[in-house]
Ligand binder design. Structure first.
Ligand SMILES: Nc1ncnc2c1ncn2[C@@H]1O[C@H](COP(=O)(O)OP(=O)(O)OP(=O)(O)O)[C@@H](O)[C@H]1O
Ligand SMILES: [Mg+2]
Length: 282
């Protein structure tokens, strides 16, 4: 179970690019060991938020604290707590898995005497041990993504930021990666903030979800509560979707609908569509 001790506290975070406000006053508190989902349509500001929280971009205003201390005043200490999986893989294709991991280990100040052991550990977690000395350019998309995920763990971060960790992967590989991320969260109690276009997965994995639209938070709760907020059952028929508290209410209404219709349980995707008016693009 996650704790109620915050590892990250964010207040009124903003970021503009010229005339464009990419992030408009985001508040966020993540407790140690919590698994958060950050959902939003293309261009909603997810990547910008992650870049701000991991120190890749400076905010225009707002506060970011890691374990109660200002991020920018205690930048080096805070960075040690943070692991990042960027939206685009940034591996060196010509280097081997081991060489990519070694570079990262050096950058994160992992002492030489622990390096090989730690690298072998994370290769094992990724199921890539036998590919240790193969160049990354020979890897499949799923293997590269697994390598980037475990690379972010080398220095034992306490909070992991994953920007679309599974986009573009086939369903089986996606499931493997989700299991891996969940294992890291459960076993090492690493807090996670993950963006994803696969809402059904956020629904399964996340303790809490934040939905953002045009750089602003429009919902923040557990997946269960968010679903409750719109109703438990949805009637789909014709062009519309109607939400109901009980199955019986939905079925009663269904009798009045002409043409094909169906009643099913509400999903987090329904919440997303209702709140944003958009379907998330995969
Ligand atoms: N470096 C930049 N310069 C100018 N505008 C930018 C820059 N980075 C992001 N933006 C703009 O800020 C907004 C938010 O972009 P961001 O990449 O954070 O969205 P996102 O939610 O990650 O989208 P996606 O789902 O497509 O990855 C977009 O309108 C984007 O065009
Ligand atoms: Mg993005």
């Amino acid at each position: 179970m996650p704790s109620d001790k915050p590892i990250l506290q964010v207040r009124a975070l903003t970021k503009r690019f010229g005339q464009k406000s990419a992030v408009r006053g985001i508040d966020l508190t993540i407790n140690e060991g919590e698994f958060w989902g950050l959902l939003g349509a293309n261009g909603a500001g997810k990547t910008t938020t992650i870049k701000l929280l991991t120190g890749l971009t400076r905010p225009d205003s707002g506060e970011i604290q890691y374990r109660g201390r200002d991020f920018f005043r205690f930048f080096r200490e805070a960075k040690k707590l943070i692991g990042v999986v960027p939206q685009q893989n940034n591996l060196d294709r010509d280097l081997t898995a081991n060489e990519n991991l070694t570079l990262h280990a050096i950058l994160h100040g992992i002492p030489r005497k622990h390096r090989a052991e730690r690298i072998n550990e994370v290769l094992d977690v990724a199921g890539l041990t036998e590919y240790r000395d193969k160049p990354v350019k020979t890897f499949s998309g799923g293997m590269k993504r697994r390598l980037v995920v475990v690379r972010s763990l080398l220095h034992h971060p306490r909070i992991l930021f994953l920007d679309e960790p599974t986009s573009g992967l086939d369903p089986q590989i996606r499931r493997n990666l989700w299991e891996l991320i969940q294992k890291i969260n459960r076993e090492q109690k690493t807090a996670v903030l993950m963006t994803t276009h696969y809402i059904e997965e956020a629904e399964k994995l996340c303790h809490r979800v934040k939905i953002i639209s045009s750089g602003q938070v429009i919902a923040d709760d557990t997946p269960e509560q968010l679903k409750k907020g719109i109703g438990h059952y949805v009637l789909e028929g014709g062009e519309q979707e109607l939400f109901f508290k009980t199955m019986q209410d939905a079925k009663d209404k269904q009798k009045t609908v002409h043409g094909e219709s169906s009643v099913r349980e509400v999903s987090l995707e329904d919440v997303f569509i209702k709140l944003t008016g958009k379907r998330i693009n995969v």
